[in-house]
Design a protein around this ligand. Sequence first.
Ligand code: AGP
Length: 610
Amino acid sequence: MCGIVGYTGYAHAANILLDGLERLEYRGYDSAGICVSDGNAGHPLKAIRVKGRLQALRDLTDNGSSVEGTSGIGHTRWATHGEPTVENAHPHLSGGRVAVVHNGIIENYMELRETLKARGYTFQSETDTETIAHLLDYYDKGDPLDAIVRTVMHLRGSFALGILFSDRPGEVYGVRRDSPLIAASSENGNFIASDVPAILQYTRNVTYLDNMEIVCLKPDGISFYNMDGEPIEKTFTTVSWDVEAAEKGGYAHFMLKEIHEQPKAMEDTIRPHIRDGQIVLEELGMTEDEIRSINRIQMVACGSAWHVCMTAKYVMERLAKVPVDVDLASEFRYRNPVLSPGTMLMVVSQSGETADSLAALRYGKDQGMLCLAIVNVVGSSIAREADRVFYTSAGPEIAVATTKAYSTQLAACYMLALHFARVRGTMDEEAYAKHVEALTRLPGQIGEILQGEARMQWLAGKYANTRDAFFIGRGLDYASVLEGALKLKEISYIHAEAYAAGELKHGTISLIEKGSMVLAVATQKDLLEKEVSNIVEVHARGATVLALTMDGNYAMEDEADFTVYIPRTEDVFYPSLVVVPLQLLAYYVSLSRGIDVDKPRNLAKSVTVE
Ligand code: AGP
């Protein structure tokens, strides 16, 4: 979750580094620092580091102007080894000769630390990163590539590194394994960064390093090398995201902007796959035989992406009649799953860098499974390591709480289920056509729901001071309330839990008392009556019930204190409509509680460590 920026060129490096780090703030951090070479070979490198927000670094460096030099590295740290302190902040130095910034976790850092101490090195921090700086120094005999190769060969774990050598002014090096690192070029200089938004204001000409590739930035060019020190060619792509996409675009927060971007994100994700009323998934590269050969799907993900999997299970089984198992990615590989032949692994991940999801993908590949990934970030690790990739087109999602990426992941799952159903012959043409048509109407229906934003803001006021919130639903509505509860708790810090409505009487209902806030979702026509009886159960015990149901189901008004209506669609697509009021509710409750909606405490946008 750390942020890395490196630059070398003809401009004042410190300003570029600070601006770049600012674009990465959403990744979550607790300290920051920069190191800029003054351009004189052999002059000791100096790091300027702070605990807390980037503003403290700006204050310390007069907004960067007091730091001379045209090449440097910068970092925002999310603590993994060692408390958030200045000493533990990056860049880490070794004798002023090497400076390093690092994203990832070095698992063998303690043994490396002891070895380096025996070689006379002293440590100023508790971090794993400092061992990298000293190793680089130890192996630096004048050839930076050789020093980097020797160093990374000793590292176990994940890393994306930005490196300066005091005797190579004007040069910035980078290398990665299992943590993302991009390189970008412009006429005004060249960059490395952990994520695209950091450099979008300067260039959109980007390439993604693969594992164990080294990059060397010079003011007038970029070169890439493999672990044998041989030059390699890298393909640059033009990033279509413009800076506004990473800005708030007039909204108070990225999250609200991204909630409102959902109609477009859904349109961008669905439209390219609809041709003459058919779902077309050519770039997935799956043959019809391959699809017919799948006799089970194992889905893995984390957080909201796992809720997508829970939804996809119902949809895929109902439409394509393929059995689906769902695991939390952090559990999957450790339960030694019994995987039958013909099982396809599906990984869902917005960032494509979530450590547990990436590890689950690798586990599946080791087991010889066909691995399909649903990912939002082009060129991310999961995308590059999966056998088949379905890219969502949500655009950059900056807010920690996912909204548009979640919605586009649902759309991807619907399209896969419909495509599988048609190939496997489990849906008649009429039902298929009806579903495809309903699918194409979802973006507009989400837009309709957003018209009701003000009412959700009003209803949010009723939750502002609640201590506990209960979300209940049955079937697909249960998968939806899992997401609704997470949205509320992660950005409002209210204790919110989701329950299968039929499960209440097995214990949870003992928690329901006068004033308990219960949000009940009821959209599945075969389950409406049972859902109503669950609402009656909690209402009779004093709960305040907010019901979320489809247009026309007015009987709900007799049982709920407040009712929110959403447009009608096919049962399997309701999760895409239900989630929008739940996102708005969470957003406005968070706002009413004065919380930093885009950067909630303790959370990061991409959890790239276990
Ligand atoms: C949800 O709002 C959170 N941001 C979090 O649960 C997230 O969905 C989870 O960490 C998975 O991230 P990924 O989709 O990038 O793999």
